[in-house]
Design a protein around this ligand. Structure first.
Ligand code: ADP
Ligand code: ZN
Length: 533
């Protein structure tokens, strides 16, 4: 083992100029050199490229790297060439002559790493007439599948063409497959191993903690835009503002420009030329701020992004982690701010309800259920008074003691308030409904507590319940915060019955019987109180 390290360090220095491995890298390199299949899960910025690039240089044959993004490929090949490493890519941007030259160089065994888009690899005849002969002559040291989560429908970026990559195993039974991703959930992990038909893969999971990132959640008030401006002026360096819709991106970008901020938009609605130009200008530091949808980011190699702002609520925790993680890849301090207002919840719920079958108009129940579950996780994060890092890492199944000292909740703990009375009111409402064998979700329970005169309540006689209207003094937002807090604290349960349904558990009864008090942090969002201006 030690001998290998001794062997590896000079190579690391010689080829990449680094003195030591980052955590986790060496073990991956070693397994790759041993010819094992492997699945390596490393956070963005963790240095995964090196884990297959170094083995490529230390083994016979060419390493074939399958990568979904042309921009990413070109970037990596350029970086490798700058280090004097023979790498090339084949994709649709190349002219016929250029492609033919590269193929010749590959056949002569002059290339160590070949980057391919999956479409290219799977295009008719490519394997038969090029890759298999290459394997027989020059040899293929391994297939690296970068961004391997794209094979999984459970990932945040499913690409159907990635599914076909399972055929690599049939075509090249003896060539190891190395799968890399920054996506960490257990489900995606298992899916990758199955879809790619990995053989007894060595599993490497690096820590997802990014200690240099500061995390904070801010209530979106009517002044959120002014705050954003203040943030940009105070933080100076390069940043990304993520928004949910293209329209919003365009608006915020032009509002920022009107305030003299050097900002550009990026979303899938812009033509390819504009997108490339905006991206290049951002990477060159020609422009300070990129206002973007989630279409921006994957594979964009800009290590010195100093801050990421989510101006709208992200759809999933995974997505949030990845997008926020584009900050500070150079290891220097960077900040990740999430704006959160109650209106975001309504927007998110509205968007979820729109997930319907295109022909029949029936709700896509599975998709809606998954989306609601994901929304809940995001809300739990946004609402939490716990260490942000601990909440995020728990989501990835990684324990963290909390008290990171580098998030808003650790630096400015929110005071806890006594909400026992309100908690009892809410739980009694759920209990009353249960007595009547009626099952409802939080929105109806809150409507009952607030004494709303909706058609649904009146027609089902819910306005005659004794708890009807007892909570009218509190806003709907407060009640929602309480419902989430009760669920988070395990003082109430929720199941899904086609729609979410609230239920009591043993702990709820302790609260109802007065055996237990309920505390929660002051609700974070203050949408109405703070007006514009
Ligand atoms: P990702 O895992 O996001 O693909 P990269 O492979 O692009 O990350 O690496 C992120 C940055 O870390 C790059 O700038 C890379 O040069 C640098 N890096 C990787 N390994 C090391 C190392 N052992 N020592 C120092 N810097 C490293
Ligand atoms: Zn913390």
């Amino acid at each position: 083992m030690t001998r290998m390290t001794d062997d590896l360090l000079p190579a690391l220095k010689r080829h990449f100029g680094f003195d030591r491995f980052r955590p986790g890298q060496e073990a991956v390199v070693r397994d790759a050199l041993a010819g094992r299949d492997l699945l390596a899960i490393m956070p963005t910025g963790g240095g995964k490229s090196l884990c297959f690039q170094l083995p490529a240089l230390l083994q016979e044959g060419v390493m074939v790297v399958v990568s979904p993004l042309i921009a990413l490929m070109q970037d990596q090949v350029r970086l490798l060439e700058d280090n004097g490493i023979a790498a090339t890519f084949l994709n649709s941007t190349l002219g016929g002559i250029e492609a033919a030259q590269r193929i010749q160089a590959l056949r002569r065994g002059e290339i160590r790493l070949l980057y391919l888009a999956p479409e290219r690899l799977l295009s008719p005849g490519f394997v038969d007439s090029f890759l298999q002969p290459l394997q027989e002559t020059v040899g293929i040291s391994a297939f690296t599948i970068d961004e391997a989560h794209c094979v999984s429908e459970w990932g945040h970026d499913f690409r159907p063409e990635y599914r076909q990559l399972s055929r690599l195993r049939e075509w090249f039974p003896d060539v190891p497959v190395l799968a890399f991703t920054a996506t960490a959930t257990q489900r995606v992990r298992e899916d990758i191993a199955r879809q790619l038909a990995l053989r007894d893969p060595a599993l490497h999971v690096a820590s997802f903690n990014r200690p240099n990132l500061y995390y904070a959640v801010k209530p979106r008030s009517g002044r959120a835009f002014d705050e954003l401006l203040g943030h940009i002026r105070y933080n100076k360096g390069s940043g990304i503002v993520y928004c949910l819709s293209r329209k919003r991106v365009d608006e915020i970008a032009s509002d920022l420009q009107a305030e003299g901020v050097s900002a550009l938009p990026y979303h899938a609605g812009l033509d390819a030329e504009t997108r490339r130009e905006n991206q290049d200008r951002y990477i060159r530091d020609d422009v300070q701020v990129m206002v973007a949808t989630v279409a921006f980011g994957m594979g964009i190699n800009k290590p010195d992004v100093r801050w990421v702002v989510h101006y709208d609520l992200p759809k999933t925790m995974e997505g949030y982690y990845q997008e926020a993680g584009r900050a500070g890849r150079d290891g220097e301090p960077a900040s990740c701010i999430l704006y959160f207002g109650m209106g975001d919840i309504r927007t998110a719920e509205f968007l979820i309800a729109q997930k319907v079958h295109p022909q029949t108009g029936d709700p896509l129940e599975d998709e809606q259920r998954i989306a609601r579950q994901q929304l809940r996780q995001v809300l739990d994060y946004a609402d939490s008074s716990e260490c942000r890092r601990a909440v995020q890492l728990r989501y990835f199944g990684e324990p963290h003691p909390g008290q990171c000292g580098n998030c808003d909740n650790c630096l400015n703990p929110r005071p806890l308030q006594d909400w026992t009375l309100e908690a009892r009111q809410m739980l009694s409402a759920v209990a009353r409904l249960a007595q009547r064998r009626q099952r409802y979700g939080a929105s109806t329970v809150i409507d009952i507590l607030r004494g709303a005169r909706t058609e649904k309540l009146v027609s089902s006689g819910l306005d005659s319940l004794s708890v009807y209207g007892i909570g009218s003094a509190r806003s709907q937002e407060d009640w929602r915060a309480l419902a989430r807090s009760l669920l988070q604290q395990g003082l109430m349960e929720e199941t899904h019955d086609g729609y979410p349904v609230l239920l009591l558990n043993a702990a709820s009864w302790e609260v109802l019987k007065g055996e237990r008090s309920v505390r929660m942090a002051a609700p974070a969002a203050v949408p109405k109180a703070a007006g514009r201006g």
